[in-house]
Design a protein around this ligand. Structure first.
Ligand code: DAH
Length: 346
């Protein structure tokens, strides 16, 4: 019987070593330790032994059983460990490898400057408003004191749409300027009013380095009681100084726009040469910046307000031109080209 136990020990240990996967180990368990396994069989033979033998051999057999079960657990742990390190090797992660960089976009130069402009005007109490890019002839022209027969209509070559506008508002056009929103805003919010309107405008033009069919403007309108050009001068001097982060000067020259009276052109001191004269300012020391003037009574009336009680001023400048000047961009067509090589520079 002792021999049998020794053989059993040996064959079990061998079988355990031979099992190289957990599955194989499981069948070793069934063969040796299971209900019908060898170990059970031998233990059940104990009952045929004499009482003396039962005591000594039974003890030895139980010890062997415990020992072999311990061995089984060890082998099981070993194989488990091997499995884990195998899968770790497969999933190996090189923490020193350089990371993948993702291209992230950035804000278009036009939008960057637009945001700065908005922030400065907002700090001066102006609201930022938006308006439709498809306008009626009424808002784009008549309401702004530009009647159908008026020669000022020749100043802007317009994209007309094939559809009529609602009511008596004429045809639909792609807005040629942001000025229609002077009337829209007065009608919507009433007066007094302080707004700027940044937005896209469209002109039916042949394109070249300085002309584009699509570009951006910023309209401004302030309506209140007792408003004069002195307020416009103050607001614009402050605005330009904050935008260019240096003290700027402005000057007015007479100009003509049907929706203002008097109408003016506003020049700013040249940011590039401090008025000494350079290529950008064409040696004059001044750069033409925008059209402006005291709002025409016709426009105040179009907006539903009483021009004998309220007056104000309006202005309109080219955001696209401002961006070109700021960054020294020599061709307007770059700005809407969507060319990443150009855009990556900002
Ligand atoms: N709307 C004009 C244009 O497109 C610019 C302009 C001039 C706007 C004078 C104004 C203004 O509000 O008062 O050229």
């Amino acid at each position: 019987m002792r021999k049998t136990l020794q053989k059993l020990e040996q064959s079990t240990l061998e079988a355990l070593q031979k099992a190289t996967t957990l599955k194989e180990l499981q069948s070793v368990y069934t063969d040796y330790f299971g209900k019908k396994g060898l170990l059970k069989e031998i233990l059940s033979n104990l009952k045929n032994l004499s009482p003396d033998e039962k005591q000594t051999i039974g003890k030895a057999a139980n010890e062997l059983k415990n020992q072999l079960e311990g061995q089984f657990k060890n082998r099981q742990n070993e194989l488990n460990q091997e499995n884990i390190s195998k899968s770790l090797k497969q999933e190996w992660l090189d923490l020193t490898a350089p990371g993948k960089t993702y291209e992230i976009g950035h804000i278009h130069p036009l939008s960057q400057t637009q945001e700065e402009v908005e922030r400065i005007f907002q700090q001066m109490g102006f609201s930022i408003i938006d308006g439709p890019e498809i306008e009626s002839e009424y808002y784009n022209f008549e309401g702004l004191n530009i009647p159908a027969h008026h020669p000022a209509r020749d100043m802007q070559d317009t994209f007309f749409l094939d559809k009529k506008a609602h009511h008596e508002e004429g045809r639909l056009v792609l807005r040629t300027h942001t000025s229609p929103n002077q009337i829209r805003a007065m009608r919507k919010y009433g007066v007094p009013l302080r707004i700027i309107v940044p937005g896209r405008v469209f002109r039916n033009e042949a394109t070249d380095a300085s002309h584009e069919h699509t570009f951006d403007q910023v309209e401004g309108l302030l309506i209140d009681r007792d408003i004069s050009l002195a307020h416009l001068k103050g607001v614009m001097t402050d605005f330009l100084s904050r935008l260019f982060k240096k003290e700027m000067k402005i000057r007015f020259r007479p100009g003509y726009f049907p929706f203002v009276e008097p109408g003016l052109e506003l020049d700013m001191s040249c940011v590039f040469c401090n008025e000494k004269g350079c290529r950008v300012c064409k040696k004059t020391g001044w750069i033409e910046f925008m059209g402006c003037g005291m709002t025409h009574p016709h426009v105040i009336r179009s907006g539903g307000a009483d021009p004998t009680q309220y007056q104000g001023w309006a202005f309109g400048f080219g955001l696209t031109r401002l961006v070109m000047m700021r960054y020294g961009i020599d061709d307007i067509r770059h700005l809407t080209s969507g060319d990443v090589r150009f855009l990556e520079q900002f």
